[in-house]
Design a binder for this molecule. Sequence first.
Ligand SMILES: *[C@@H]1O[C@H](CO)[C@@H](O)[C@H](O)[C@H]1NC(C)=O
Length: 214
Amino acid sequence: MFLSSCRASPSIILYIVSLYVYGTLGISNSSTPPSNLPPAVPSIFTVEANILIDAPIDVVWNVLLGFPNYPDWNPFVRSQVVTDSLYIPTQDQKAAENLRLIITSQIPPLTPPVTASSLGDPLNEHITRENITHLQPGIYRVAWQDLSLDALIQAERWSALSVFVDQGGDSLTFYESREEYNGVLAGTVQDLEGAGLLEGFQAQASALKARAEA
Ligand SMILES: *[C@@H]1O[C@H](CO)[C@@H](O)[C@H](O)[C@H]1NC(C)=O
């Protein structure tokens, strides 16, 4: 038993050879692109979504950080306003670390496609106040953290982009977003909103793709 499991099967040898070939060419041959998110922290629950987008990484980055345009396309985050620490909106609405966000989401998300005039359901509207904790344009990563309930729940949402070359040699952008929830209320949020949040993350990913590819 032990001996036979030590013998490398032909498919394992092929796999190692292909790793070597693609490794030396610097091309990833995996169907799942490598992640550009920071390592996950231990959390009570996690919501994540990702998608491949056929648009240049800088185009996707500008859609992701173009918060004033979120109402035009985002079925989940209906509005995301950049403010100072007193929650007064900034003039230029540009993201920067230590600025705040007032985020209005629909959980579950609206049915796409949406426009700025799509009406939300007031019963599904959630407003949170968040802090931009990381803005790393050089490596296409950004994160914001919920400040609304601090001691009872901690939630930080990371978004990351990376370039992925597919098997046909086409260069795509890989979008990933992940939010990790901790604190005594995290389990409650999971029970009440876990499914709606996941739907929201997925709807935002699909809508980001549609917007960036248009
Ligand atoms: C907001 O994020 C910045 C940058 O990470 C950090 O220095 C600051 O302490 C945070 N502020 C709050 C209120 O959490």
